[in-house]
Design a protein around this ligand. Structure first.
Ligand code: GLV
Ligand code: MN
Ligand code: MN
Ligand code: MN
Length: 425
């Protein structure tokens, strides 16, 4: 429908949503050297658990019921007048980057709750149930890769795929997850993923843009058209540790030297005059990591992204060969850890977002997402879409990440109307 639901829109509370975001920002919150309030809330940590508990409490007060699946994905259900119908899903993630902000992920979950609570307070019932979901480990900072919860839900990978993945303390993902599930034993369990063949009717994820487009074009709402593809690799280079003062170059197997050659060769491979291909090396581990011992082992990550699979695929496939031919002294191993194909959303949700924004007099533009999201893994299951709101300077994954309370409220109002429209169709 191309009309505003006035009582529904009025029931969205800017103050309540903001207050909740600020309260969540205390969990794992810290002040950085420049005075920005950042968040470090890695998945399956104490702070992650506390944030889920807080969310469940607010949701219960609003009349929603909680359940979790075997990946720890948390669902908060608003019942439909016909509970047998496929639900509309909305949400995002509550974990953060190690030095993240107060909005990435968590806003999509809080906005989902705000929108559903507004529906209920406005006395608007929906035919379909609506479930607000918080996916486990979207960021991939503690356990790589990200999007484990949504990947397992979508059946993209079996749930035990990542059991042996270690964090920096050597704790396996499987153990952290088992401990988490044990501490959440009082929350009703639900089967993982789509059971009895009923896929959700639609999935809508609200998120800060994490880029500069909306702000620079003075738009209130981003109608997300799709998500570029990503591939993550881990490269391990093995040489031999030796005395830095006594070992002649000819006898060395220096893993750092070969890593530098490999990264330089990769930079050449990934050069893109159109600046569309994104190639990032951002995590480097050196062993034994001592200034007077030649490096024995180096591990580094590659994050590669492009909206076009015909470029993403061959460039990604070329990494192994380029790394191998850069080795002068050492041996190298390249493992692919994550692969999300470029996604173009089904028009249903984007069109609903556009209609809601227009009906509310907001300026909305269509744009693709440069960041990946759980929505990428929901896309094969059901019509999927995202709502972006501007963030200051386009900054995210940093404590200075910021969106105005009014910008976030506008996003929640659009989400409320979209959920209302989808859940009644
Ligand atoms: C997830 O935050 C990403 O890297 O896009
Ligand atoms: Mn996010
Ligand atoms: Mn993120
Ligand atoms: Mn993300």
């Amino acid at each position: 429908p191309d009309t505003v639901a006035p009582n529904l829109v009025a029931a969205v509370s800017e103050a309540r949503q903001w207050q909740r975001l600020m309260e969540m920002g205390e969990l794992g919150g810290f002040r950085d050297a420049d005075g920005h309030w950042g968040v470090n809330r890695a998945c399956l940590t104490d702070n992650d658990r506390k944030s889920r508990r807080l969310l469940i409490r607010w949701a219960a007060e609003a009349g929603l019921t909680a359940s979790i699946d075997q990946l720890g994905n948390l669902f908060l259900r608003h019942e439909g007048t016909d509970p047998t119908l496929a639900p509309v899903l909305t949400g995002s993630h509550m974990d953060s980057q190690p030095a993240g902000g107060r909005f990435d992920g968590i806003w999509g979950v809080i906005a989902g709750l705000e929108a559903v609570q507004a529906l209920r307070e406005a006395g608007v019932s929906t035919k379909r149930p609506i479930e607000v979901v918080a996916w486990t480990n979207e960021e991939g900072g503690r356990y790589a890769p990200g999007c484990m919860g949504s990947m397992a839900y979508a059946g993209y990978r079996p749930p035990e795929t990542w059991d042996a993945v270690l964090d920096k303390e050597g704790i396996p993902f499987g153990q952290a997850l088992a401990e988490h599930l044990k501490s959440e034993a009082d929350i009703p369990r639900r089967p993982l993923g789509v059971v009895e063949g009923t896929a959700p009717f639609a999935y809508v994820e609200a998120h800060i843009e994490q880029g500069p487009t909306l702000e620079s074009q003075d738009a209130d709402i981003g109608i997300v058209t799709g998500i570029q593809g990503s591939r993550w690799f881990l490269v391990e280079i093995t040489g031999k540790s030796d005395h830095a003062g006594t070992t002649p170059v000819g006898l060395r197997k220096d893993a750092v030297q070969d890593m530098v050659r490999a990264i330089n060769a990769l930079n050449t491979l990934m050069h893109d005059p159109t600046d569309t291909l994104r190639f990032t090396v951002a995590s480097i581990e050196v062993l034994p990591n001592s200034s007077n011992s030649v490096a024995q082992t180096v591990r580094f990550t590659i994050d590669l992204r492009h909206p076009d699979n015909s470029i993403l695929q061959p460039r990604g496939n070329a990494i192994e060969g380029v790394v191998q031919s850069a080795m002068r002294y050492c041996t190298a191993k390249v493992i692919e850890r994550f692969h999300a194909t470029p996604t173009v959303f089904h028009p249903m949700v984007p069109n609903a977002v556009e209609a809601a924004a227009r009906a509310q007099g907001l300026r909305a533009i269509r744009l693709p997402s440069g960041a990946f999201h759980d929505a990428q893994f929901m896309h094969p299951l059901c019509p999927t879409g995202m709502i972006f709101v501007p963030c200051r300077g386009g900054v995210s994954h940093h404590p200075s990440e910021y969106s105005e309370p009014s910008e976030l409220a506008a996003g929640a109002r659009v989400l409320a109307q979209v959920l209302n429209d989808l859940a009644n169709s």
